[in-house]
Design a protein around this ligand. Sequence first.
Ligand code: MTE
Ligand code: MO
Length: 166
Amino acid sequence: MSRPSTPQRAAPPRTRSFLLRGEVHRPATLTVADLRNGWEQHRADVVFDCATNGPQHHRFEGPLLREVVSAAEPAFDARRRKDRSRFLLTVTGGDGHHTVLSWAEIDADFGDAPILLATLLDGGALDESGSQLVVPSDRCGARYISAISSVWVGACPSPVESAARG
Ligand SMILES: Nc1nc2c(c(=O)[nH]1)N[C@H]1C(S)=C(S)[C@@H](COP(=O)(O)O)O[C@H]1N2
Ligand SMILES: [Mo]
């Protein structure tokens, strides 16, 4: 007599999400599907140099980092350029590798860099591995953070006030 079998269900594919947090009015947890469905997708054909593996060619697609972060409503006065220019972003990968960007780098009134949060890498969906930061103007690959787990946004502390506190 055979034992009643339990139905074999394939485990659902793991989807990764990242936290968008910091000095923002609307913090969020975003999956790659959210990035794909919530914003216009841009394409970037890039080449970057890796110190260990040499030149890497990739095609990425995804929304602009600026548009995704704007939806979280950073705590600056959006009409004041000098207020926006105080802000920084930190992008962290699942392994802890992290990098810093400035808001002005991606702001249309300043650097206007088309930095993406990738949803596709060379035609493959990133839902399971997580989004990757795409910095087309960078010559080296170190800021192409993969398996993004967190994007933090906040103001740089005033150097003058920090010095006064000792
Ligand atoms: N999370 C994470 N992302 C990372 C790194 C890392 O160590 N951790 N290394 C960076 C470096 S040094 C390079 S060159 C690129 C390599 O990207 P590729 O593997 O897609 O070619 O990933 C970048 N992104
Ligand atoms: Mo690298």
